[in-house]
Structures are given as C-alpha cells and as structure tokens.
Ligand binder design. Structure first.
Ligand SMILES: NC(=O)c1ccc[n+]([C@@H]2O[C@H](COP(=O)([O-])OP(=O)(O)OC[C@H]3O[C@@H](n4cnc5c(N)ncnc54)[C@H](OP(=O)(O)O)[C@@H]3O)[C@@H](O)[C@H]2O)c1
Length: 285
C-alpha cells in the first residue's frame, strides 16, 4: 500500500472549497505539512488565515451559492490550471457546506434553499465544470458528505437529505467515471469540532465534546482512504458503528429513532431560529 505522502506526490494541485475554516482548513494544513510542493487552490468567501508566506496557496474568493459567481470562480481555476500550475493530477475537494437545527416549519425557508444551493447544487456544478480538466490530467473528486447521509435526520431534515444526495451521487459518479482516470471518494464524518455547530444554531462543543473528532483526525483518515483507493470512508470507529446500524434499519424506524436522539439537541440551542412571515417551508422547499 502507498503511503499518504507517496499518494500525494502524484498530485500537482488540490482544489478545496471552504478552506477558511474547520475540516477544509485542516485539509490545507495537512497537505502543506506533507508536501509543500503541491499548489492549493481555495474557494470560499473569506481567505484562510494563518498561511502567510505559503507561496503555493491561491485563494479564489467566491460565494458558491451564487451560480454566476461559481461559474466565474471555476473559470479562474481553469485559467490557473492552464497557466500557473505544473501538469499533474488534480484533487477536487468539495467541502463547503452548512446545516441548520430546528423543526423544518420553524427554520427560515431562505436558509434551507441556500443550504441546498451550497451542499448540493454547488457540488454538482463545480465538479461538472472541472471534470474535463480532471479527466485530461487524471485525478480525484473528494466529496464531504456526513454520517447524516445514512438515515433521515429530523430536526436537521434538509441538511441530512443534502448529505444523502452527496453520498449517493458520489458513489454513482465513481462508477460513471470508472476507467476514466478519475476516482471519487465519499467522506462521511460524524460530529467534528468546527464552526459547523455554531452556524447550525447549536452551542459549540454541544455534540463534539464527548465523542467528536477534530478536523485533523478526519483529514488523516481521508488521506489513508485515498492511499488505499477507497470509494467511501466513514471517519471514526463510533461513527462507523452507528452508520452501519442506521443504514440497516427500516427508514421509518430510523426516522423515529433519529427524532428521539436529535430532539435532545434542543437543550444546546444558541437561539431559536425565527422564520420570517411567509418564509416557512411551504413557500419554496
Ligand atoms: N463539523 C461536523 O460535525 C460535520 C460533520 C459531518 C459533515 N460535515 C461537513 O463538513 C464540511 C465542512 O464543514 P465544517 O465542519 O468544517 O464547518 P465550518 O467550520 O463551518 O466550515 C464551513 C466552510 O464552508 C465555507 N462556506 C460556507 N458557506 C459558503 C459559501 N456560501 N460559499 C463558499 N464557501 C462557503 C466556509 O467558508 P466561508 O465562510 O469563508 O465562505 C467554511 O470554510 C461541510 O460540508 C459539513 O456539512 C461537518
């Protein structure tokens, strides 16, 4: 089996979305430590801090929920690939994403549509735009799904469904691209200590303190999975166990049990999200 360093040595560039924080930032740190030769191209709204002097980091500022901005950012990346980056394999890591906690009828309609735009539409759109380059140079698409993908997730209904999409889409894409020189890895982390919970409306550490992972631990497992040529990785042994059980339950039962477990997170809410008048899910979701 190749080491992660040997695997990474085949790549000229890592394109990552959401490298300004959490798991995405851990990807940049990991790659920088393992192989300072690899060019890292980050797509997010804010620039990743703490990488001053890192000559191989390119930041393309973009709000990926904006279709026109995404198209512009993809064109910029393709320009960099043509003129600025040596030839070699390309790794695309679709990592940007967010969730929201609360009953669907309490959550703002606009937030849920934005979640679908970022977690689903942007993943498909960016991948499709960069795929010709990946096929020409060889490479890997790494999509960050979640253990939320294995069962319905009451109180995070839209989020869990976006991640079920990412998991199934990634596995199917991997088969569509078999033999093309492009591999696809679906990553399913469980609770990880990042900004995710704060943005979802929960107290930081509410879920991660007892059995969460760090971004670094998640990324280390992703690179091991890549070195082994895996197509799916659930990070952390507790998450693997829970995902294996959840995936085998009848879906209505999994939803019922999920509701009982996820209802407890109410205690950790930072503030109850308020849906604007006419902003309920009946509007557009
Ligand atoms: N943390 C967990 O427990 C957990 C568990 C399973 C899966 N995940 C998944 O892991 C991925 C990374 O999340 P994280 O935990 O690292 O959370 P995080 O710390 O909140 O990071 C989210 C990243 O997404 C970027 N992002 C958010 N909105 C964006 C937009 N409109 N356009 C472009 N980029 C945007 C953010 O960058 P800017 O704000 O600078 O744009 C940030 O870098 C997500 O897909 C999440 O669903 C997380």
């Amino acid at each position: 089996m190749r080491t992660t360093r040997e695997m990474l040595s085949e790549y000229a560039v890592i394109i990552v979305t959401g490298g300004s924080s959490g798991i995405g930032k851990a990807f940049i740190e990991h790659v920088t430590k393992l192989d300072s030769r690899v060019v890292i191209c980050n797509l997010s709204r804010s620039k990743p801090d703490g990488f001053i002097g890192q000559l191989n980091l390119r930041h393309v500022p973009v709000d990926l929920t904006n279709a026109a901005a995404l198209a512009g950012a993809a064109a910029t990346v393709l320009g960099l690939l043509n003129y600025d980056i040596p030839l070699g394999k390309i790794m695309l890591i679709n990592n940007s994403g967010f969730g929201g906690y609360g009953r669907t009828d309490e959550l703002a309609r606009a937030d849920q549509v934005e979640m679908i735009d970022l977690n689903v539409r942007a993943v498909v759109d960016l991948t499709a735009r960069l795929l010709p380059a990946l096929k020409a140079q060889g490479g890997t698409v790494v999509n960050i799904a979640s253990t939320a993908a294995f069962q319905p997730t009451p109180f995070m209904a839209t989020y869990g469904a976006t991640k079920a999409f990412v998991l199934h889409w990634s596995l199917a894409l991997g088969e569509d691209l078999r033999g093309s020189g492009v591999e696809v890895l679906a990553v399913c982390p469980g609770p990880t200590s990042t900004e995710f919970f704060r943005r979802a409306g929960l107290k930081q550490g509410a879920v991660t303190e007892r059995w969460g992972q760090t971004g670094e631990e998640v990324v280390a497992e992703v690179f091991q999975a890549l070195a082994r040529g895996r197509r799916q990785v659930v990070t952390g042994w507790r998450n693997r166990l829970l995902a294996a059980v959840a995936a085998r339950l009848p879906k209505p039962l999994a939803a019922r049990l999920g509701a009982a477990v996820l209802a407890k997170f109410r205690m950790s809410r930072v503030a109850a999200p308020v849906a604007a008048p006419g902003d309920g899910p009946g509007g557009a979701v």
